[in-house]
Write a protein of this length. Structure first.
Lengths: 116, 114
């Protein structure tokens, strides 16, 4: 149980275009979704926390107008990278907290974004 | 605020040797602690977690970790390394409050030689 499906797994886009990444919770309701970014050979950096039906909370230094997060339902959260540039190329991962007796977090499989 | 520090960005061991990956945490509230493994170009796989139950936590693939409050540590160990253990390992911390994110350490690359 507690599976998060993330799509696409990889995407190549041209500079200036926008890319949308989707994370769906398949068998549970994700009230909160976390979005991370990982540069090559580096750790996962928390970008933002999204709560269903409300605005996302962004970490310091993350441009909210560039990384648009929508969490319109309990099973879907999206991250849109707007006007992408090569420096936005990274690995993006979503995660949902699982509030149960077996407390933990479940992660999507990640999206490799390459901007050319 | 919470944080974790992983000591040693790169650890090299021989196959069959003890694996020890170090993690120290900082937290103003009782922490929940996690170890994840990541293989190249893949997502994260949970190895084990501490959520205030037993201080010695056993995980998958023969890994275990011990929560030591007095030392603010949660080191990961495995008695005998396999070649397949070569990967990136991340220690992470959160609180037990709903809606709080995992905060990751910088990671440790484990290399295993034959």
């Amino acid at each position: 149980g507690a599976v998060v499906s993330q799509h696409p797994s990889w995407v190549i886009c041209k500079s200036g275009t926008s890319v949308k990444i989707e994370c769906r919770s398949l068998d549970f309701q994700a009230t909160t979704m976390f979005w991370y970014r990982q540069f090559p050979k580096q750790s996962l950096m928390l970008m933002a926390t999204s709560n269903e039906g409300s605005k996302a909370t962004y970490e310091q230094g993350v441009e909210k107008d560039k990384f648009l997060i929508n969490h319109a339902s309990l099973t879907l959260s999206t991250l849109t990278v707007t006007s992408a540039h090569p420096e936005d190329s990274s690995f993006y991962i979503c995660s949902a907290g699982v509030q149960s007796a077996n407390y933990g977090y479940t992660f999507g499989s990640g999206t490799r974004l390459t901007v050319v | 605020a919470q944080s974790v520090t992983q000591l040693g960005s790169h650890v090299s061991v021989s196959e069959g040797a003890l694996v020890l990956l170090r993690c120290n945490y900082s937290s103003s509230v009782p922490p929940y602690l996690f170890w994840y493994v990541q293989y190249p170009n893949q997502g994260l796989q949970l190895l084990l977690k501490y959520t205030s139950a037993a201080t010695l936590v056993k995980g998958i693939n023969g890994f275990e970790a011990e929560f030591k409050k007095s030392e603010t540590s949660f080191h990961l160990t495995k008695p005998s390394a396999h070649m397949s253990d070569a990967a990136e390992y991340f220690c992470a911390v959160s609180s037990n409050q709903a809606g709080t994110a995992l905060i990751f350490g910088k990671g440790t690359t484990l290399s295993v030689s034959s």
